[in-house]
Design a protein around this ligand. Structure first.
Ligand SMILES: [Zn+2]
Ligand SMILES: [Zn+2]
Length: 271
């Protein structure tokens, strides 16, 4: 499945796809530093205790570059043709970052702390910040995936950045079927229990339901009667970069909202 074919079948996603392409274009030509791979032996005890990599003082990953990276990305984005509303949002965010060091520190804090109250204009900063962070962390995420023992994590938060999952994926066939959760921020995928709610951790199978979506063979909405949380689930493999991208299934979030379900997932997209 190509992105073009997906967009032809889901034309209402076109504007978000265009924004993606614009950010991608703006990011081209920016210096592409890669984070150094940590010494895993220093981090191992924190991993076993459930501390996500970026929240560990033993990860030695320098995150101070993110603010400068967003400023550079905004500068490039300002020269790309975009809808008027976005142009205004970009100008507003640039003004805040220029004039208010405290606000920009709060933005960076909020990137890694889901509980912190999000300041004004944070939505765009979060999107651009994680776009740059994903590039910066790509080598570490890859090496971390090879190093860690998935069976020793099985937690509901991302082992790299600590965010709740954006989506889930079911792989294989029963009885050996596995479920992975996918981070919408840093792009990590990690193993989780096959059943159970990844938000309230309710594991009573009778209180977990599946909502099938007409016209979507490989996507469904798994939801929990205990907390009304839901997770969009890709029931297949081979199209991960497209179908786990979160934005390509925003129509499922609208359906879930119409059903009175809560979006407890960590998403970079407002609906
Ligand atoms: Zn993550
Ligand atoms: Zn739940």
């Amino acid at each position: 499945m190509t992105q073009e074919a997906w967009l032809a079948a889901h034309p209402y996603l076109l504007s978000v796809a265009e924004f993606h392409a614009a950010v991608e274009k703006a990011a081209q030509g920016l210096p592409s530093a890669l984070a150094c791979i940590p010494d895993w032996s220093n981090y191992e005890s924190d991993y076993l205790a459930g501390v996500p990599l970026l929240r560990s003082c033993h990860s030695s990953i320098d995150l101070s570059l993110v603010e400068a990276a967003v400023v550079a990305l905004l500068r490039n984005l300002a020269s790309v043709p975009l809808p008027d509303k976005l142009v205004q949002d970009i100008q507003d965010l640039q003004a805040v970052l220029r004039n208010c060091p405290r606000a920009s520190q709060a933005f960076v804090t909020c990137l890694f702390d889901q509980e912190a109250e999000a300041p004004k204009y944070f939505g765009l900063f979060r999107y651009l910040g994680w776009t740059e962070m994903t590039r910066y962390l790509s080598r570490v995420v890859d090496a971390f995936g090879k190093w860690r023992d998935e069976e020793r994590w099985l937690r509901r938060c991302c082992p790299t950045c600590g965010s709740p999952p954006a989506m889930a994926q079911l792989i294989g066939i029963d009885p050996g079927r596995l479920r992975f959760l996918s981070c919408g921020c840093c792009g990590t995928r990690w193993q989780y229990r096959r059943t159970g709610c990844p938000f309230c951790e309710n594991s009573d199978d009778h209180r977990l339901n599946v909502l099938m979506v007409e016209g979507e063979k490989e996507l469904r909405i798994d939801h929990c009667e205990s907390c009304s949380g839901y997770i969009k689930t890709y029931n297949g493999s081979g199209n991960e970069s497209l179908l786990l991208a979160d934005w390509t299934s925003l129509h499922l979030d609208i359906i879930a909202r119409e059903q009175g379900l809560n979006r407890s997932a960590a998403s970079l997209y407002e609906i």
